[in-house]
Design a protein around this ligand. Structure first.
Ligand code: AMP
Length: 383
């Protein structure tokens, strides 16, 4: 499928591989615009299936089931990047897959992803691929100081990572991660973590959101604020990078670029998520067109919407399962705070660290928005 082909009108069916909250919010946006929504997931029920017209349970490498699903939909996307690439290539024989499935092959492997970014001329932290024990010595020589060792595949929210103080700890850290292929990155002394959400349509039109500032706790996104308050030249660099990634990887859809901002304003790309992102959830309440509506428009081959913020500054806080430790949270208390909205994902079992939902707040200043969303979250547990 090339740019410009395969428009799906409202009334048609949009599909998603993956049954989590990102699929659910895509589905909600799709239904608002009059599409039917179909989900293919390897588990029973779940956030996306609850709101779907069609929910299929099957393995992601069951080629017959994937093909049957693809024949039922007018276009399909994915909501997490660890869907096996075969699902994308099988589906593409029957329906437009947006973004193209070969993107999965690139982003499922940190080494390939970083090499892809370097090939696009984009700035990343110094890194060395470690495929076998014989690579350790060279990696240690090139990155002798503090670093982060990351497994090449299936890492998220800080899983499959080890911090090392110096190259002397590298071999032990690699053993600790199971001697699987890894990337060693130099530890970046960043001042701030930011992200940028960017969408690209079938005609090549691009919509870039303002950058968001992200705070993590235990490697999981905790609070996002916007605007990020970047110097104009830094914001322009972020925009340049977003455009280069989405065009360079030939993406039709939505993606997020996670970035580090150093003290001198230098921006480095940390990683790319080829789908809507947790840091973009506040676009549902704060922007003209949410990241999920953009994804619907892009996947359906329709013109993109505006990425402008409609209202005042905004903040988002994640609601993890920990908040349920002493019973159901006090949602009324949180919602009594002005300009706060609640989004829950319909997950039955609140486990510690599990993303159950999020809160968004707007306020006249970004500091007030952040304070509001934190106060609302604290009110959930009477803290
Ligand atoms: P990742 O899974 O690559 O997004 O990494 C999870 C978190 O670890 C990031 O959000 C950063 O806070 C931290 N981190 C990852 N890579 C580096 C690095 N090279 N230098 C410093 N911190 C890092």
């Amino acid at each position: 499928m090339t740019l410009g082909e395969g428009k799906v009108e409202p009334g048609g069916t949009l599909g998603v591989f993956g049954g989590g909250q990102l699929g659910r919010m895509f589905g909600i946006a799709a239904r608002e615009m009059g599409f039917r929504f179909a989900v293919y997931s390897d588990g029973p029920g779940g956030p996306a299936a609850q709101i779907a017209d069609v929910a299929v349970q099957g393995a992601y490498d069951d080629e017959e089931a994937i093909a049957a699903f693809a024949r039922q939909v007018d276009a399909v996307t994915f909501e997490f990047e660890n869907v096996p690439a075969i699902a994308g290539s099988v589906a593409a024989r029957h329906t437009p897959v947006r973004p193209h499935g070969s993107l999965l092959h690139t982003v499922q492997d940190r080494t390939r992803e970083k090499e892809g970014l370097v090939a696009l001329g984009l700035p990343v932290a110094p890194f060395e691929a470690i495929a076998a024990a014989s690579d350790l010595a060279a990696a240690r020589e090139r990155i002798p100081g503090a670093g982060v060792l990351k497994t090449s595949s299936f890492g998220y929210d800080g899983k499959g990572q080890a911090r090392i103080e110096s190259g002397a700890e590298l071999a032990a850290a690699w053993r600790g991660l199971g001697e699987v292929p890894c990337v060693l990155e130099a530890l970046v002394p960043f001042e701030e973590e930011i992200s940028v959400i960017v969408a690209r349509g079938v005609t090549g039109d691009v919509a870039i959101y303002e950058p968001f500032a992200n705070e993590h706790t235990n490697h999981i996104l905790d609070v996002t604020t916007c605007p990020a308050g970047l110097e104009p030249s830094v914001a322009l660099e972020v925009e340049r990078i977003a455009r280069a990634v989405v065009e360079g990887l030939d993406v039709v859809g939505v993606l997020c670029v996670e970035l580090f901002r150093l003290g001198d304003g230098t921006i480095l790309v940390n990683e790319v998520a080829p789908r809507p992102h947790n840091s973009g959830h506040l676009t549902i309440d704060a922007h003209t067109c949410s990241q999920f509506e953009q994804q619907v428009r892009a996947v359906a081959g329709l013109p993109l919407g505006s990425s402008e913020r409609v209202g005042p500054p905004a903040a988002m806080s994640n609601l993890l399962g920990d908040l349920w430790a002493n019973g159901a949270p006090d949602f009324a208390a949180a919602l009594s705070i002005p300009e706060v909205s609640l989004h829950l994902y319909g997950k039955a079992k609140p486990r510690p660290g599990r993303k159950m939902g999020h809160l968004t707040a707007t306020a006249p200043t970004v500091e007030q928005a952040a304070a509001r969303v934190r106060a609302a979250r604290a009110a959930l547990t009477g803290a």
